[in-house]
Write a protein that binds this ligand. Structure first.
Ligand SMILES: [Zn+2]
Length: 274
């Protein structure tokens, strides 16, 4: 079974927990660390012979167009992570349409390829923002991978399907949802395989989760951010719990990922579309 490898391409100052400290007009003045972190990831993927989907922020693409060219040249898929890392829950439908369209335009312009997929910042496609699925379809996207069928303080639709499904279909538009990976654990959905879960859980847990999904004939979806492999990024005091969740195991993460790339087969989302 081919599992799905994905990267949300954003800077170290983009995560939601840091947004208040870094308003948009300060981004240009911050140390830019995406280029060197992407180099690390692209080199590892090449060594392991795997391809992935890179959900890239429009802002990052405009700032570092070479990154998009490198992604495409290596045979990976470019998809959208929105323009400015705004949570869908914090936008009106019109604002969302504008933000998403701007990102698709810049990504297609630089890559020369059609953008097929979207991942919302902070998995912010939740029950109140299901209207966004229609907008994605109308802008020509084929799939979304933003719904996390778990409980979390910032995101999640605990009772959403765990399997791939058609999330919107009307007037010739069709959008499929690839929910983030979970495993059943004492009657609940437990997240695994991405972001903090990938860094914090031992690889044995992630491996078990991938095997369980594959036994259900489902590809597991792994996701990560370039800053999660950057031990030298500027560190902020976020309070004890947030700091732990945000920075834990960053120094060991590349090694952990490398082991998982060896153990399973990986590819981009587009390989799973009909
Ligand atoms: Zn993000």
């Amino acid at each position: 079974m081919k599992n799905i490898l994905s990267v949300d391409v954003e800077e170290w100052f983009h995560p939601e927990s840091l947004q208040e400290r870094f308003p948009r007009d300060s981004w240009d003045q911050q140390p830019q660390r995406v280029p060197q972190n992407m180099e690390k990831l692209l080199r590892l993927f090449e060594e392991k012979g795997v391809t992935a989907t890179f959900f890239t922020l429009g802002w990052v693409a405009r700032k570092h167009p070479q990154i998009i060219k490198d992604i495409v040249a290596a045979g990976h898929e470019v998809a959208s992570h929105g323009s400015y890392h705004r949570m869908v829950t914090k936008m009106t439908p019109d604002e969302f349409r504008e933000d998403l369209k701007e990102s698709i335009d810049i990504l297609e312009d630089i890559s020369g390829e059609k953008v097929l997929g979207f991942r919302a910042p902070t998995f912010s496609v939740v029950r109140e923002t299901f209207w966004s699925l229609q907008i994605m379809a109308e802008l020509g996207l084929r799939y979304d991978s933003s719904i996390y069928p778990v409980w979390h303080d910032r995101y999640g639709v605990p009772d959403a399907p765990r399997h791939r499904y058609v999330a919107f279909e009307k007037n010739g538009y069709k959008l499929e949802e690839f929910p983030m990976s979970t495993m059943r654990w004492f009657g609940k959905n437990m997240p695994f395989g991405g972001g903090g879960y990938l860094r914090i859980f031992p690889n044995a847990v992630t491996t078990m989760g991938i095997r369980k999904m594959n036994r259900e004939k489902l590809p597991a979806i792994m996701y990560m951010h370039p800053w999660e492999f950057d031990a030298d990024q500027p560190r902020l005091d976020l309070g004890r719990f947030q700091s732990w969740r945000h920075y834990y195991n960053i120094d060991k993460n590349l090694h952990k990922l490398s082991r998982l790339l060896d153990r399973f087969d990986w590819g981009p989302f587009r390989d799973h579309l009909n």
